[in-house]
Design a protein around this ligand. Structure first.
Ligand code: ATP
Ligand code: XMP
Ligand code: GLN
Ligand code: MG
Length: 517
């Protein structure tokens, strides 16, 4: 894929590395993450427009701490250091970093120096920034102006605009640094001289061009779920190769009420796309019989999806094998599956970590580096209707990972009924847009005693998990109005006989993930 010269974000193990890349894209500049282990020559071979060094947990003076190769600063590429990256930069260029004993975590006042330089000129002389450090730069490298200080960091920002180098101790990428985005934008525009041309239209044109080149005159299939990501991915591919694309919607028996009908009607009506619907419920439910382990469920679903796609591909093009499979994979699917830089496997998303080893398709995943809200913006720019673009996420493994315990048809029916009620009440209360999603979970192996109609019941609990989030990487539990929760609870316990208790999940992410499995 040919993209503009990237701004490379070098990941030193920061919590926020991908967030930095995303903020750069928000400044309309193309950006990608690379590991700190990548040799400088390789970074330079990418002809980056600029390089940003991320934060990280190490201390630069510790033995074995990741260092920055000083050759990076001689290459004439603009460099911006953040937190650990700032400290590593200071050290590589002849400044000093010390453990001063003055740690700063969270909102911290920043005082701008008399010579505020390019990055801070005209911004409030005192402003709040988000800090998270124990080490500090005690002396800036020769040739650099110190442009700000904080109580715990006498060198909190420095720059050398002639050499196009700058850095900050604080985190401009987080929302808690109010002027952070402006500071990042100034680095890109005024120090690095990068043009802000990476707009949604640009992304679309670039992806369409790349997909057309990759696919040529071959046939393509796309797993279409009715969700946002695959809808946007399919729309991009349709724009690129038109009716060489066939979408395949798999009814795996793990869907919510009304979902299959909705895909068949809404999506085809909105886009005119060629759609093949496969009823594969028996196949998935047989494969899942007796399985309770979440990772095993996810891997089974991942494998069965591919087997169904293979069969569908054979039917789409009898003699001319389908080589390409389009998936609406997003960046969070990749990181959580352990595909980031040194990141742990939290859960195998069926479309990444859950794929079988003998996968024969070449994957086309045009959204793989993006977050959901970026994808929504692209979907809107492609002209997809709001009902599709604003839809709540629903995981590919569907209700199988919302039944804690074995997945059976009866349990699926119970969960489907409860989920339908929760969704109806949320929509009736006008809360869909405020809420990220509301997984409804059945604790199938847990029972508790109830009393209904003067009789004893021994039923199952349903968990409501309403969350608010910007990008699914972090989330908070949503403070739904009590009367809405009460209506959902009353209706579920009245209308679903197997359920006699409704509980609310009040855990943020971290420590909980959004889905229970
Ligand atoms: N029922 C399905 N039939 C066909 N493909 C599916 C199905 N469910 C998921 N997929 C494939 O797996 C990918 C990942 O699923 P995921 O749920 O993350 O995305 P989505 O459904 O497109 O969007 P959303 O996150 O909004 O639900 C989809 O983009 C799609 O390619
Ligand atoms: O396509 C998907 N395949 C999966 O296997 C999967 N698991 C979780 N999710 C969705 O991803 C977001 C983050 O979820 P978690 O906090 O549970 O990891 C939430 O929006 C989840 O609904 C999935 N989507
Ligand atoms: N967030 C960071 O990058 C921290 C850098 C370094 N570990 C410190 O404590 O100062
Ligand atoms: Mg989905």
């Amino acid at each position: 894929m040919s993209t503009p010269p990237p701004v490379l974000v070098v990941d030193f193990g920061a919590q926020y590395a991908q967030l930095i890349a995303r903020r750069v894209r928000e400044a309309n500049v193309y950006s990608e993450l690379v590991p700190h282990s990548m040799p400088v020559e390789q970074m330079l071979a990418r002809e980056p427009a600029a390089i940003i060094l991320s934060g990280g947990p190490s201390s630069v003076y510790e033995e074995g701490a990741p260092q920055v190769d000083p050759a990076l600063f001689d290459a004439g590429v603009p460099v911006f250091g953040i937190c650990y990256g700032f400290q590593a930069m200071a050290r590589a260029l002849g400044g000093e970093v010390a453990h001063t004993g003055l740690r700063e975590f969270g909102g911290t006042p920043l005082n701008i120096a008399d010579r505020p330089g390019v990055l801070l000129e005209g911004l409030p002389a005192e402003q709040s920034v988000w800090m998270s450090h124990g080490d500090s730069v005690s002396a800036a490298p020769p040739g650099f102006n110190v442009t700000a200080a904080s109580p715990g960091a006498k060198v909190a920002a420095f720059e050398n605009p002639e050499k196009r180098l700058a850095g900050v101790q604080f985190h401009p990428e987080v929302a808690h640094t109010p002027h952070g985005q402006e500071i990042l934008r100034r680095f890109l525009a005024d120090i690095a001289g990068v043009e802000p041309t990476w707009t949604n239209d640009e992304i679309i044109d670039e992806q369409v061009r790349a997909i057309r080149e990759q696919v040529g005159d071959k046939q393509v299939i796309c797993g279409l779920s009715g969700g946002v990501d695959s809808a946007v991915a399919a729309a991009l591919v349709q724009r690129a190769v038109g009716d060489q694309l066939t979408c395949v919607f798999v009814d795996h028996g793990l869907l919510r009420a009304g979902e299959a009908e909705q895909v068949e009607q809404d999506y085809v009506a909105a886009t005119g796309i060629k759609l093949k619907v496969v009823d594969a419920a028996d196949r998935f439910l047989n494969a899942l019989a007796g399985v309770t382990d979440p990772e095993q469920k996810r891997k089974i679903v991942g494998r069965e999806f591919i087997r169904v796609f293979e069969q569908a591909a054979r039917e789409v093009a009898a003699e001319n094998d389908v080589e390409f499979l389009v998936q609406g994979t997003l960046y969070p699917d990749v990181v959580e599956s352990g595909g980031g830089t040194g990141t742990a496997n939290i859960k195998s998303h069926h479309n990444v970590g859950g794929l079988p080893e003998d996968l024969k398709f070449t994957l086309i995943e045009p959204l793989r580096t993006l977050f959901k809200d970026e994808v929504r913006a692209i979907g809107a720019a492609l002209g997809l209707p709001a009902e599709i673009v604003q839809r709540h996420p629903f995981p590919g493994p569907g209700l199988s990972i919302r039944i804690i315990g074995e997945v059976t048809r009866d349990r699926l029916d119970v969960l489907r009924a409860a989920d339908k009620i929760a969704r109806e009440e949320l929509t009736a209360a006008g809360l869909d847009r405020e809420i990220w999603q509301v997984p409804v979970v059945l604790l199938a192996d847990v029972r508790s005693v109830g009393v209904q109609g003067d009789g004893r019941t021994y039923g199952h609990p349903i968990v409501l998990r309403p969350v608010s989030s910007e990008d699914a990487m972090t989330a908070d539990w949503s403070r739904l109005p009590y009367d809405v929760i009460a209506r959902i609870s009353t209706r579920i316990t009245n209308e679903v006989p197997e359920v006699n208790r409704v509980v609310l999940d009040v855990t943020s992410k971290p420590p909980g993930t959004i889905e229970w499995e």
